[in-house]
Write a protein that binds this ligand. Sequence first.
Ligand SMILES: O=P(O)(O)OC[C@H]1O[C@H](O[C@H]2O[C@H](CO)[C@@H](O)[C@H](O)[C@H]2O)[C@H](O)[C@@H](O)[C@@H]1O
Length: 346
Amino acid sequence: MGNFARLKQAMGLQRAVANAEDIESISKARHDRDGAAAAHNDDNDELLTATQASYDSWLNEYPSAMRCFKGMMSNAKGKRIVVFLDYDGTLSPIVNDPDRAFMSDPMRSAVREVAKRFPTAIISGRSRDKVYEFVKLDEVYYAGSHGMDIRGPPQQPKSYDDKYQTRSVDKKGNEFVIFQPAQDFLPAIKEMLKVLEKKTRGIQGVVIEDNRFCISVHYRHVSESDYGLLHENVQSVLGKYPHFHLTKGKKVMEIRPSIKWNKGHALEYLLDTLGFTDSDNVLPVYIGDDRTDEDAFKVLKSKGLGYPIIVSSVPRDTMAAYSLRDPTEVLSFLKSLARWRENSSC
Ligand SMILES: O=P(O)(O)OC[C@H]1O[C@H](O[C@H]2O[C@H](CO)[C@@H](O)[C@H](O)[C@H]2O)[C@H](O)[C@@H](O)[C@@H]1O
């Protein structure tokens, strides 16, 4: 069976794509290719055509937020837009080295322009400090560790445990509140980091990232033949820490405390602290590319609220309503949003 037939069989026009990341690289190759080089490989071209056809069909269900921009904004008139952004894969492209996932200057200035006009928060799986290091914007609220470490507005909502909220003041005299619902897990996380490093030392290519309230075990550089061993080793460590569980991202296993808190809860917390509890006047826009962003899409979908936008260049199963192809399109969307506010009278 040729690659084309295999791909068709595997994908059909189904929305769920198991190895979305692999298809994504093929699709990217098409995007980036310089024509001549790729034209030599018929098999590749068939694959690319199938991928494109499948993506186009997916777009009917999850239309491009760029193409639909006008319509989306006409529904936004008179509403208070609040912008939520994921970091990796949304504001910065996915790169091989997690420490080098830099944000471009044009993206930084687009986020700044958006944040000047709308309350804006970045909700990431990274540690809050690390995201700030990349983004370096004081105009933005930050939620690190998949929302388990929030630096938000000074309001301290009653419905959240005071034990995990601390009011503070920055150097410029601005008040803010830190909310860390997984505080009790910190000692265990520190211990687990050491155990994991020891346990995975023998496997080449593993990168362990300390995200403060969660841990990322990256396997992007691990040979496929070692995937099983790595997974076994991680599971054996987890077995000793029953209050933690594993989730999966892009070539990364993420170890998280088993509390009922995710990016969706962080979104709700931020809306509350911004004064939009139960408001029918608010329009949250959430842009993200990874599985953990689905928790936030789900909240918006269940409330029938705002615009959940997935960033993907391949068909994906998602709770989002709109899509953007890649961070370049995210940049265009953010610029359009800032421009729209500038030109609109509402
Ligand atoms: O919620 P996010 O801001 O999207 O963070 C999710 C994870 O992103 C980072 O890993 C991913 O991006 C890296 C850099 O492009 C890439 O090398 C890696 O393979 C991806 O999984 C980050 O390093 C993780 O800690 C985050 O959990």
